[in-house]
Design a protein around this ligand. Structure first.
Ligand code: F0G
Length: 444
């Protein structure tokens, strides 16, 4: 499937609808409450299209007024919205009203850390830490929108395939909405923290004998045949929620965009969401310059980086293998819309080896920030592109950390066991001051 020529970013001014769904391939339009997981006409991916945000007088809001309305809804204000997703509701799901399933989520910090600036060679590096979301990953931003929509369309259950974070997030939001959750994860290939969360929040958890790509095919078939609402990132509302990572970081920077926004990439939902956010922010005049998107894959799961290298002439599929299990994906579902995101932003796609990813994770952890392995791909990518001269040391770069350090305790135990290179192994002692002194003098 290829994408049609760029269609209008917003609904026609005379259209009475707040939002519609549109097929990215054949441009067929669907009602915003149509629960179809894909275009019923051609099978293409659906995207949400909204009316331009308007003021009380019905006229489209100019950029200053729009920025002011986002600021007014900020959590710090008495009448503000406590969610970093829903304060941008006019660009996420304008008709949602108050009937939302929100934890709340978002409002994640933008961190400057000298140690990471030195590690990457980029003085202007900022870290947007999405691990600060309620279930510890950026997925909560998309899931609040998808589960809100599931309730709006009267879904009786929600389902997803996942490498672990989406399942944890779906489980939490489905529980809050009172909907049964059903998740499909690759058996033996999801990090312990994510599996534990998914079980704790009560989703029915299916350990599929196959990889993530097989899980995604299965959940799509199951959703078509059993009528379960699909909440993977091919769901257009997931994309709408995830756009707010970009909107929020732009707001945090006073709408003065950085030169680069760097993110880890697997199924490419987030790359697609970032591209859509930037296109819309630019069209609305919220920003006047496009940052360049950089999607970073793990070298063992890098079909998109391979596609970028040949000008996206071919859609590659690979058998994925990487220590970064969150992005162990060989056949990314949002390929076409991610291609558009990279093209529209003069973006870059690159790949980092597992060794580079783990080295970056060590630096992030040691700086007191911490993240799960896949997240470290963004910082590894910055270091690689600075070394290649693509990113200049003085450039302002936002690297997104997608998941919390506690997501993958298994890798931490391996990295820090006695004898591993650079390990910080725990030391067992007798309960005496002499034993403490002996440890301190051995370390000195
Ligand atoms: N980082 C983390 C921590 C992730 O969990 C994922 C995706 C990505 C990056 C990549 O984002 O797929 O939008 O390109 N995790 C999905 C999941 C696949 O099921 O949790 P993407």
């Amino acid at each position: 499937m290829t994408l049609a020529a760029p269609a209008p970013l917003f609904l026609d001014d005379h259209d009475p609808a707040a939002s519609r769904q549109r097929c990215a391939a054949c441009l067929a339009q669907l009602d915003e409450r149509d629960p179809s997981p894909e275009c019923p006409r051609c099978g293409g991916l659906l995207e949400a299209v909204h009316r331009r945000p308007r003021g009380a007088d019905g006229a489209p809001l100019p950029p200053e007024a729009l920025r002011a309305s986002f600021a007014q809804h900020c959590c710090a204000r008495p009448l503000g919205h406590p969610s970093g997703v829903w304060r941008f509701g006019a660009l996420v799901m304008p008709a949602a009203g108050d009937a939302i399933t929100s934890h709340p989520e978002g409002n994640t910090p933008l961190l400057a850390r000298g140690a990471l600036a030195r590690y990457t060679g980029c003085d202007g590096l900022l870290i947007k830490h999405e691990g600060h979301n309620p279930t510890g990953s950026f997925k909560d931003r998309g899931m609040t929108a998808a589960v809100t929509q599931a309730v709006r369309v009267g879904a009786t259950a929600v389902a997803c395939a996942s490498t672990g974070n989406t399942s944890a997030s779906l489980a939490a939001y489905a529980a809050q909405a009172g909907l049964p959750g059903l998740v499909f994860v690759p058996a033996g290939k999801i990090a312990l923290g994510k599996l534990a969360q998914t079980l704790a929040y009560g989703a029915r958890t299916l350990l599929v004998r196959g990889d993530f790509d097989a899980c995604l095919r299965l959940v799509q078939d199951a959703s078509r045949q059993l009528g379960i609402y699909l909440a993977n990132s091919i769901n257009p509302w997931r994309v709408e929620g995830q756009k707010t990572i970009v909107l929020e970081l732009l707001q945090q920077l006073g709408w003065d965009p950085p030169e680069f926004i760097v993110l880890p990439a697997g199924n490419l939902g987030n790359t697609a969401a970032f591209g859509k956010a930037l296109r819309e922010a630019h069209a609305l005049g919220l920003i006047t310059r496009m940052p360049r998107l950089v999607s970073v894959q793990a070298a063992g799961a890098a079909p998109f980086a391979r596609g970028f290298a040949d000008g996206f002439a071919t859609r590659y599929r690979v058998q994925a293998e990487t220590v970064a299990t969150a992005i162990r994906i060989g056949d990314p579902a949002s390929w076409d819309r991610a291609v558009r995101a990279i093209r529209d932003t003069d973006g870059i796609v690159t790949a980092c080896t597992d060794a580079e990813i783990l080295e970056a994770k060590r630096a992030i952890d040691a700086a007191g920030v911490g993240c799960e392995p896949a997240s470290a791909a963004s910082v590894a990518g910055v270091r690689q592109l600075v070394a290649a001269g693509t990113i200049r040391p003085g450039d302002r770069v936002v690297a997104v950390l997608t998941g919390h350090v506690l997501k993958d305790p298994g890798i931490l135990i391996e990295m820090h066991q006695d004898g591993a290179a650079g390990a910080n192994a725990p030391v067992e002692i007798d309960p005496t001051v002499a034993a403490v002194a002996a440890v301190l003098s051995a370390a000195a």
